[in-house]
Design a protein around this ligand. Structure first.
Ligand code: ATP
Ligand code: MG
Length: 571
């Protein structure tokens, strides 16, 4: 490709609404343009990169025998009613109506469609296991689309679905898929970590997420400092503290705390550590109107863990100020677990406290030196908090550390979540109908592009790993005056080299613009081409100057040696 005929839409200014470096660089390099909130056009340069991700994903899916299909992006509401997700999915599902008043949605994922396909096409256990996949545009009406294609509304996903006769076969494919995901991200040059995760609205129990490690990542990951344990903080278990609860030392006492309502204010007033307090939160219950949750003052509630409890309404809804005043008889800042007229769920770490401070369920009052069992019933004790750095790792080995990650993929063992509700069966060996076991496996193809940039850039622009680069090599002839004979020779030499490199299988960008050298260098650095070759009258007709995007120094290479030289560089 020659720059004169290529839509190289680089811009100098940092776009005002782009917080993340990947978002800034994708706009500045001319990879994407925004059409509407969370909806983007991929320009030629960006699309070349997106296709690189697709290529690696396809090769790896095909390698494990997965078969590519293409399902529609518009899906009929009936299938979602069958699975129960029409009601469950919420506002992220873009619901649309056709001229006959039939309801549809724009697919955010394809479990329903693929399960419908499977129940129509699969007859016998002999056809199993089967893996189908597609690379396709999804739409999720994200509440806060941001960071460019990182959290878009319209985005490209690879989604795969597997069908099995039994759990053992599902597990086998799950493990293969897990290994394949690790391989895909390795090939793409992304520093990635697999973690235990929560399955959200997709369903199923066993699931792992793959995260590109980056400070800017939206996900917080907990890992052990000595073992392989790693989990999304959403799901990482906070284990029962090993300490035994100390016997009560003091008598319970009611104290006037006035305008001190938050844990911090109460601790300042009473000159105590937040670790010696508990906080009580009230949420809507499933059967009872309200349920109280008690945590140590310095701990954070884990909403995902709580929403999974039988006693608690899902999705999680906090009681309003008015609800609290009506049911407990005091404002939110004074609630405590003593004599509460609702089920009380106590976090493990709060359950081992003694002589602690809590709200008194009386306006502007707290109790101090409260003790479980003596002063307050020790109700259900369960893990409802976020793990913290320094906590013991749940596998019993080492302590928890935190890292941030960008979720680029997730694998799920769905089991029969969709096949039961949608009645997808095959005949087993005995000729009986047997419900299909399923797995599903997603990769954020477009998000992966942004994740790689988050990990791989410098102050000049993007630094592509070879596998992702839109072009492998940039050829920059520096010609001042094309009337000049030497310049004409340099021009011819550049054209010849361009042809030769393409014949050798490289994707080459020849910068034939009449721009100053500084402009050309800056653009090629910004768009991140891994290998740069400069030709100029100063260097003569025998040699070219080579520079890698990853290092500062340049090297002279004899013109006849360019191809073997690059072959060595690109492995
Ligand atoms: P997130 O937690 O980031 O919202 P998710 O867990 O809802 O993602 P999945 O249902 O697991 O997403 O979808 C598979 C993959 O699709 C994700 O791992 C992610 O890489 C990608 N993806 C999901 N939502 C978006 C989005 N809004 N924009 C870009 N990629 C996305
Ligand atoms: Mg996910």
């Amino acid at each position: 490709m020659k720059t004169n005929h290529f839509l190289l839409s680089t811009v100098k200014e940092v776009p005002a609404d782009a917080e993340l470096i990947s978002h800034q660089l994708m706009i500045r390099a001319g990879m994407i343009r925004k059409l509407a909130a969370g909806i983007y056009t991929w320009l030629p340069l960006g699309l070349r990169v997106l296709k690189k991700v697709e290529k690696v994903v396809r090769e790896e899916m095909d390698r494990i025998g997965a078969q590519e299909i293409l399902m529609p992006s518009i899906q009929p509401a009936e299938l979602w009613h069958e699975s129960g997700r029409w009601a469950q999915y919420g506002a992220e599902l873009l619901r649309i109506m056709d001229r006959h008043h039939h309801e549809f949605c724009y697919g955010p994922t394809h479990e329903e469609v693929v399960t419908d396909l499977a129940r129509r096409e699969l007859r016998s256990y002999k056809q199993l296991p089967l893996i189908l996949y597609q690379i396709q545009t999804k739409f999720r009406d994200e509440i806060r689309p941001r960071f460019g294609v990182m959290r878009a509304r319209e985005f490209l996903m690879k989604d795969a679905y597997s069908f099995h006769e039994d759990e053992a076969s599902l597990k086998e494919t799950y493990d293969i898929m897990y290994e394949t995901y690790a391989r895909i991200f390795r090939r793409l040059g992304l520093n990635c970590r697999a973690v235990l995760a929560d399955s959200g609205t997709i369903g199923g129990k066993i699931t792992h997420e793959f995260h590109g490690l980056a400070e800017s990542g939206e996900s917080l990951l907990a890992y052990s400092d000595v073992s392989d344990y790693a989990a999304n903080v959403e799901t990482a278990e906070a284990v029962m503290p090993s300490i035994v609860r100390q016997p009560a030392a003091k008598k319970m006492e009611l104290v006037h705390t006035g305008t001190a309502h938050t844990i911090e204010e109460v601790c300042n007033l009473l000159k105590i550590d937040p670790k010696q307090t508990v906080k009580t939160l009230i949420v809507k219950g499933r059967e009872q109107p309200f349920v109280a949750l008690v945590l140590r003052g310095d701990h954070q509630l884990n909403e995902i863990k709580v929403a999974q409890l039988d006693a608690v309404a899902s999705p999680l809804v906090f009681a309003s100020e008015a609800d609290v005043l009506k049911t407990v008889g005091c404002p939110v800042g004074s609630i405590g677990p003593i004599d509460l007229n609702m089920p009380v769920i106590i976090d493990r770490s709060a359950s081992v406290l003694s002589d602690f401070v809590c709200g008194a369920n009386q306006t502007d009052h707290h109790y101090r030196d409260v003790n479980w069992e003596r002063d307050v019933v020790l109700g259900t004790v369960i893990d409802i908090r976020n793990v913290e750095e320094g906590d013991p790792s749940p596998d019993g080995k080492g302590r928890i550390r935190f890292a941030r990650g960008i979720e680029v993929g997730q694998v799920f063992q769905l089991g029969t979540r969709y096949s039961t509700t949608m009645n997808a069966t095959v005949l087993n060996e005995k000729g009986e109908a047997s419900t299909l076991m399923m797995g599903c496996y997603g990769i954020g193809v477009s998000r992966t592009v942004a994740a790689v940039i988050e990990q791989s850039h410098d102050d000049k622009g993007i630094v592509w790993p070879d596998a992702m680069a839109p072009f492998h090599i940039a050829i920059i002839p520096l010609i001042k005056d094309i009337q000049d004979e030497t310049s004409q020779k340099i021009q011819a030499m550049a054209e010849k080299l361009y042809e030769q490199l393409m014949q050798a299988g490289y994707e080459v960008l020849l910068d034939d613009r009449a721009e100053r050298p500084g402009v050309k260098f800056a653009d090629m650095d910004l768009i991140g081409i891994p290998h740069r070759l400069v030709l100029s009258p100063r260097l003569g007709l025998e040699q070219v100057e080579y520079k890698s995007r990853k290092s500062a120094g340049v090297m002279m290479v004899n013109i006849d040696q360019v191809i073997p030289f690059l072959q060595e560089k690109t492995g």
